[in-house]
Write a protein that binds this ligand. Structure first.
Ligand SMILES: Nc1ncnc2c1ncn2[C@@H]1O[C@H](COP(=O)(O)OP(=O)(O)OP(=O)(O)O)[C@@H](O)[C@H]1O
Ligand SMILES: [Mg+2]
Length: 353
């Protein structure tokens, strides 16, 4: 009941183009994440969908209905912000009930709805407290409760977890995911946290400079990044990006560094950027390309080990290897790389080949 269609929506602040002719369709019931660095236009996009920012150009549709000029309260959306924006003088119960009171919902119905939502969010025991008597995570749950109670068909969330500590963030993240499964509403969720985006999204729109760089499932974006920006934005540790060219034999070359590529990957002589995810290395085996490197730094993390290595003359790489590997600093190791898992980008446009 709520597909959101952005048709070339643009937002200009004087000379600044915050969002640049954005085309984006968010399907009914989908969890869409807008992901990108600070200033890329995520909040502006969300605010235009909510009706909190005027759209400079383009059209916004909810299903088939043009809502470009519709005021926020007429759009069936609920917003959850980074700052909880609770009413300090109201109790938790009154905060959650407020949107229903505005709608003049009968009292018994409000009581029932508030009880149900509080149970879902496990804040039933806090209903008589005021926001100042709650922890950050509890406040965020109250803010969620206030959004849920209206049973909107669209949830818009702007970095709702960024004020929470790491542990709370994880538990709130799974709470939001459960909520989406249960409510089956359309979610548009803004974050600059790639892990949040990967775990929550049905699809991710990666943004930069007011433009969508890539729109795909988390798996699709990770496996086939459209350009070096997207490749570097997702994945931790970051993907290794190495500038070089295609050698006459079709392998990737940078000085003394060589790495076999799938046959016909690109024309010999072409300037390219090679992408190698740190985890895409393993023990040497038939069919794998050989990568030899000197270990510079070993960082054991318990569950796995990160190695900083130097290959060829000057190619610095980060590798993620099993914790059982006992690599020593200064040692030369040889690892196997599946050529099919390598990424190639045009050196000039940065676009995927
Ligand atoms: N009221 C305004 N006046 C002028 N420029 C603005 C205004 N609001 C936002 N901008 C600019 O528009 C661009 C996009 O801002 P936006 O808030 O959408 O970014 P964001 O992706 O949400 O970033 P963050 O992760 O830091 O919240 C930025 O360059 C910002 O400086
Ligand atoms: Mg923002």
């Amino acid at each position: 009941m709520a597909t959101i269609t952005c048709e070339r929506i643009t937002k200009r602040y004087g000379g600044v183009v915050a969002v640049d002719a954005l085309d984006l369709t968010i399907r009914h019931g989908e969890f869409m994440v807008l992901l990108g660095p600070s200033g890329c236009g995520k909040t502006t996009t969300l605010n235009m969908i909510a009706g909190l920012e005027e759209i400079s150009e383009g059209r916004l549709l909810f299903d088939d209905k043009d809502v470009t000029w519709q005021p926020p309260h007429k759009r069936e959306v609920a917003m959850v912000f980074q700052s909880y924006a609770l009413y300090p003088n109201k109790t938790v119960r009154e905060n959650i009930a407020f949107p229903l009171q505005l709608r003049r919902t009968p009292r018994e119905e409000i009581t029932r709805a508030v009880t149900e939502v509080a149970e879902q969010l496990e804040i039933g025991h806090l209903l008589d407290r005021r926001p100042s008597q709650l922890s950050g995570g509890q406040r965020q749950r109250v803010a969620l409760g206030r959004a849920i109670v209206r049973k909107p068909s669209v949830f818009l969330m702007d970095e709702p977890l960024s004020n929470l500590d790491a542990t709370l963030r994880l538990s709130m993240r799974s709470l939001i995911k459960h909520l989406h499964h249960r409510l089956r509403a359309t979610f548009v969720y803004v974050t600059h946290d790639q892990a949040e985006a990967m775990t929550l999204a049905d699809r991710i729109a990666v943004m930069k400079g007011g433009l969508v760089q890539q729109l795909d499932t988390p798996e699709g974006i990770y496996a086939r990044p459209a350009n070096t920006f997207v490749a570097a934005f997702l994945g931790s540790p970051q993907i290794n990006l190495v500038q070089g060219e295609i050698a006459p034999d079709g392998s990737f070359a940078r000085g003394a560094f060589r790495l076999a590529l799938p046959p016909g990957a690109a024309q010999p002589g072409r300037a390219v950027t090679l992408g190698l995810r740190p985890e895409d290395v393993g023990t040497l085996a038939p069919g794998l390309a050989r990568l030899e490197a000197r270990v510079d730094l070993v960082s054991p993390l318990g569950s796995e080990t990160h190695l900083e290595v130097v290959a060829g003359d000057d190619v610095k790489l980060t590798l993620r290897v099993p914790k059982e590997w006992r690599a020593q600093e200064g040692q030369v190791i040889a690892v196997g790389v599946d050529p099919a898992r390598l990424h190639l980008f045009d050196a000039t446009t940065d676009a995927r080949l």
